[in-house]
Design a protein around this ligand. Sequence first.
Ligand code: F6R
Length: 608
Amino acid sequence: MCGIVGYIGKKNAVDILIDGLKKLEYRGYDSSGIAIVDGTQLIVEKAEGKLQNLQNKIEGLSLYSNMGIGHTRWATHGRPSDANAHPHTSQNGRFAVVHNGIVENYLTLKETYLAGETFTSETDTEVVAHLLEKFYNGNFEQTVVKVLDVLEGAYALVMVCADEPDKIIACRKDSPMVLGVGDEESFVASDVPALLAYTRKCMYIEKGELCVLTKEGIVIKNHDLQPIEKEVHTIEWDAEAAEKDGFEHFMLKEIFEQPEVFKKTLAGRVQQGKVQFDEFTLTKEQISRWKKIYIVACGTAYHAGLVGKQVIEKLVRIPVEVEIASEFRYRDPMLDEDTLVIVISQSGETADTVAALREAKLKGCKVLAITNVVGSAIAREADYVIYIWAGPEISVASTKAYTTMLIAEYLLGVYLAQQKGVGEEAALTAILDGLQQLPDLAAQMLTEDYLAQIQQAVASYRDVNDIFFIGRGLDWSIALEGSLKLKEISYIHAEAYAAGELKHGTLALVTEKTPVVAICVQESTYDKTASNIKEVKAREARVLAIVNEGDNQTQKFVDSVLAIPKVHNFIAPVLAVIPLQLISYYTAKIRGCNIDQPRNLAKSVTVE
Ligand code: F6R
């Protein structure tokens, strides 16, 4: 949560900061602000609400500087307000700080070092600015080191000092940060999309490192302020990938990108009927050692894990448990060297998932990560990484990352089975053949006609208060994802139920006022799900069913159907979730919701 950006060079920093913040607004959008140093004067402007409010505020102020820092906030300490917006400044107005993370010991720091000082915000971050003033000895870099020595918690911090306006200092611990290397200009940001318009050259930094950005370049130093060498990486994502590209919302654009990103997730990973990953190789002996697998993740990634469990158990015959990351680490799970822990995270920086990964490593487990972000904490700390190659996902509601996580899990399932030598070769090949068809089949679905059918099907959802999603097995896993998506962006209360479980209590809630979305794609459970649909129909619920193409039965006893193309039934969730994504999208749209930036949420959750 929170997006930070910094620029120093020859151009007007104000334009670059605002542009960078636009690209990071998905990380938080309850307030924003910038600080620039003009000559030796520190100028700070902030505004509650969307970035546009800040833009309106600074329009006409003719702000100009070659350096500055900016922030877009997702509130943790203190409500969204002008005062709580970053940058925060020291009492003497010479230091400004932007921060993503939490200073856990801020109350102790206030008491120990800053007693009697006046604070203008309710934030934890303001102590950092005050400490900079308190510890300043005429050397900005040394002062930052002293401040870092007393901070506890997680942070990405970017700081300026009006008395040393030729530099910006940045550092991080457990919160994301990427440095952009330009030509006579330097950048820092929470995420790559903020840099793409300016540079493809980037550097990742580790805990305890201090980055000194000047217009001549970036020097990274250790705790003793000795320079250290860093590899410069090239960002492969292109700038267009982070723009809306004519779509009304990023979410719709990202749903439409699925056929293309499916190709990227699969590219080069199936060779002569065998799965291989460039990133790592696992031997039969290594895999055979694992007696148990945990899949650990949050939110949509957790839902992907539920599919992963069924894939791995079926194909590899190793028991799999799926756990919510925020629960996993606090319940002393039984982990040892014979356990593989798979963490799934689009951003690769979700605090609970990172913490679960560390817990697993402490207990001696190998950790395999499925993630989208190269260089993220999870990618760096895991033993093995499978990238989903979904490209930047900007919409807060995850779509293409979810489906590519599923594809990665199918690939992993087949890979583990092949390497371990279990399962029938023909059955595994059939799955791989099916996976190869997914890009074309997804593209076939995304037609104007299909979108019109979905809009028609959800027209009556505008004023409902509750919706149920039901299904069995893999259909239930995607029902959970469909229900989360709907809650998240349309603010309708939605619940996903294992279809057979409804009658054990929840059926009491089903009336003509609670529409039901039934997923009837899995052939092995079709008859049972059909019976459960009849139970809700008998309570007068309107039912929209997701069915396989060619299913002429279901339409006879439901109100409307949306078909998915015929594909190997085991991998059908990848396609069957697409109408669910679109149901949420169009429901949110007719309800006038802010689709890409739903209330109270942020794209990446770097607090526990
Ligand atoms: C919902 C959504 C979230 C994320 C969750 C984990 O649409 O996107 O539930 O899935 O916050 O995020 P990552 O995958 O970045 O760890």
